[in-house]
Design a protein around this ligand. Structure first.
Ligand SMILES: Cc1cc2nc3c(=O)[nH]c(=O)nc-3n(C[C@H](O)[C@H](O)[C@H](O)COP(=O)(O)O)c2cc1C
Length: 340
């Protein structure tokens, strides 16, 4: 089955309808164990230990595609070495009004302003409890749109408590451009306080439950170059176990003039590659090996994934590349990359 035959049909649909249609097809195939055909023959897993967890390969699904953990079986069959679900918020919320997702096919890019549409933490946790996925599943958490930014920490703590037991790791998302003022939490002083509170609560939950879960922090590619090192140090000093670099960008480099470029939201895919790599380089250098870094942003080829690993990422994640390259892309990446 060639994805090139399906892509024009999917791309003729509104992006959110295409998303549902593609997942309906994947779920049907996964129920029969057939989704693994897309992956092709995969090499024997060579587990990579990161954040104290074993990953069968370094290619992960980035947050946002399976926000509510509804498609884990199919996604695992595609060959992912780990899957990040979410962003989940304490309460269910509808997200922003539609349309809120735009394709820029000429640039192999997307702009989205979904705004954390999700069914809430409790609903997703029920699904996670029954999962039969063998790869690590990370849970990405955020704040509800209605919670004032000054009370953001309350939402992260509610979400953390809800997901802690079922998550393999937890990601603190402070980098979505689509929740008002969320990215202000990245300021060094704010991030230090927020991450310290979350790590403290995590340690206490870990003690009670007998198992501590790693905490990752996901940052934006739009942090000023001049303060990236300071932000990274604040996150690490506060006790985080990993940094995920990066989320979507509000920049429009390389797509100016496109009809969709004026849409508000985060840009992902090919136009993000260069900026994501530049930020990753700074993050790796600032972290100086104290915590592992997960590289994300504009991986559209094996070479793109390899470059992130060569820069110093321990793992990588993809999102937009899969929409443009299809479900076989994961197998191609798993076969193609060399872990140092
Ligand atoms: C439609 C869409 C929704 C997303 N939703 C989330 C989200 O809920 N939480 C999050 O941390 N990142 C979210 N992201 C960001 C991705 O996880 C990733 O960081 C970003 O898209 C860059 O990677 P890419 O170029 O491979 O897509 C979303 C991205 C897209 C395109």
């Amino acid at each position: 089955m060639a994805y090139s035959l399906f892509r024009p049909i999917l791309f003729a649909l509104d992006p959110e309808r295409a998303h549902h249609a593609a997942f309906a097809a994947l779920d049907a195939q996964a129920a029969l164990g057939l989704a693994r055909i897309w992956a092709g023959a995969l090499p024997a897993p060579k587990p990579i230990r990161v954040m104290g967890l074993d990953f069968p390969n370094p290619i992960g699904l980035a947050a946002g595609l399976d926000k509510d953990a509804k498609h884990l079986r199919g996604l695992a069959q595609l060959g992912f070495g780990f899957i990040e679900i979410g962003t989940l918020t304490p309460k269910a919320q509808p997200g922003n009004p539609t349309p809120r997702m735009f394709r820029l096919p000429e640039h192999e890019a997307l702009i989205n302003r979904l705004g954390f549409n999700n069914g809430g933490v409790d609903d997703a946790v029920k699904r996670l409890q029954g999962r039969d996925t063998r790869v690590p599943v990370g849970v990405n958490i955020g704040k509800n749109a209605a919670t004032p930014i000054e009370r953001a920490v309350d939402d992260y703590l509610i979400a953390l408590r809800a997901v802690y037991e079922t998550a393999d790791y937890v990601t603190i998302n402070i980098s979505s451009p689509n929740t008002k003022n969320l990215r202000d939490l990245q300021a060094p002083d704010s991030v230090a306080l927020l991450v310290a509170s979350i790590v403290r609560e995590g340690n206490s939950l870990g003690k009670k439950q007998g198992k501590r879960k790693p905490i990752a922090v996901k940052i934006a590619p739009d942090i000023d170059d001049a303060i990236i090192a300071e932000v990274v140090s604040a996150i690490i000093d506060a006790g985080a176990d990993a940094i995920i670099s990066s989320n979507t960008t509000i920049r429009r480099d390389g797509v100016a003039g496109h009809a969709a470029a004026k849409e508000a939201g985060g840009l992902s895919g090919k136009p993000l590659t260069a900026r994501a790599d530049a930020v990753l380089t700074k993050v790796v250098s600032a972290s100086a090996g104290r915590v592992p870094i997960i590289g994300v942003g504009g991986i559209m080829s094996v070479a793109d994934a390899q470059r992130k690993l060569d820069i110093g990422a321990s793992l990588v994640q993809i999102y937009t590349g899969m929409l443009y390259r299809g479900p076989g892309f994961i197998g191609d990446l798993v076969r193609g990359v060399k872990v140092r």
